[in-house]
Design a protein around this ligand. Structure first.
Ligand SMILES: Nc1ncnc2c1ncn2[C@@H]1O[C@H](COP(=O)(O)OP(=O)(O)O)[C@@H](O)[C@H]1O
Ligand SMILES: [Mg+2]
Length: 259
């Protein structure tokens, strides 16, 4: 048996007995797991198993639907973010999200990144320009766009647009980044760039990534959570999940016996 990585990482978020309902449909069933700081947490599992729903709990994005209900807690820095009285605008500043399909605003490259700063009331032009540069550098896009910042974001390739969305999320200095299949619409080269970027980003951020691509989960994540039908089947160090999982069903899934 492989020994698990013994390095102790700080817990950034702690999920405890989390259940989630879309009206009467129970989509997440009493999930408990720690999310370690400066780590990449990969979420894998068959379509419809609750990966996106789980991810959207971390920034309360599920709340935009009517008749949803949470049970249990997600504690971030000692605070239960599922608390009804929590300011979700504040939360979303700390927990950034990037979606499967890149969704730049119909604005310039520069404005896409500066947008979040402006709506947070920042007016200092020099500060904004510096932050835009830092964010684009952080998203490994700066060199490709520095001479065309006023151009429309739609002039960028798909992979560049996705990195622009990551830069936009970084500009407001989140602590946790949620990525929902961020590379599934991209070609292999653009995908490799995103994966490389995720590796860099975890030095500063805690990253939770949903992927239906198991090779990708194996490549980018430090910990992997395997979900099935709203349940967390197994959660462990990625190397353990992919080489010596505790449960037969996990092994069947990661070896591609069902999908
Ligand atoms: N807006 C919604 N309203 C009702 N049920 C939903 C909604 N979104 C997802 N679901 C249901 O919740 C379950 C989990 O979905 P989802 O989180 O999207 O899975 P995954 O991302 O793993 O494919 C599925 O059964 C799905 O049908
Ligand atoms: Mg999904």
């Amino acid at each position: 048996m492989l020994t698990m990585e013994k390095e102790v990482r700080k817990v950034k978020a702690d999920v405890s007995a989390l259940s989630f309902y879309y009206d009467k449909t129970l989509a997440l069933k009493s999930i408990s797991m720690p999310v370690h700081e400066n780590s990449v947490i990969g979420i894998i599992g068959p379509s419809g198993c609750g990966k996106s729903t789980f991810l959207r709990c971390f920034n309360r994005m599920n709340d935009i639907l009517p008749r949803v209900r949470y049970e249990g807690s997600i504690t971030i820095d000692g605070k239960n973010i599922l608390d009804r009285n929590l300011d979700v605008v504040d939360l979303r500043r700390d927990v950034g999200m990037v979606f499967q399909k890149s969704n730049p605003f119909p604005k310039s490259i520069f404005e896409n990144v500066s947008y979040g700063l402006k709506i947070n009331g920042i007016k200092d032009k020099a500060f904004i320009a510096d932050k835009v540069e830092q964010s684009l550098k952080g998203a490994a896009l700066w060199d490709e766009v520095k001479d065309r910042l006023p151009q429309s974001a739609f002039t960028l390739s798909g992979g560049q647009q996705q990195r622009l969305c990551i830069a936009r999320a970084l500009a407001i200095e989140p602590q946790i980044l949620l990525l929902d299949e961020p590379a599934s619409a991209l070609d292999p080269i653009a995908t490799a760039k995103i994966e490389e970027l995720i590796h860099e980003l975890k030095k500063k951020y805690t990253i939770i990534i949903v992927t239906h691509n198991m090779q990708q989960a194996a490549r980018v994540s430090d910990y992997t959570a395997f979900f099935m039908m709203g349940e967390l089947v197994e959660y462990d160090a990625t190397v353990k999940i992919f080489t010596n999982p505790s449960k037969k069903i996990t092994e069947d899934y990661v070896t591609g016996r069902f999908g």
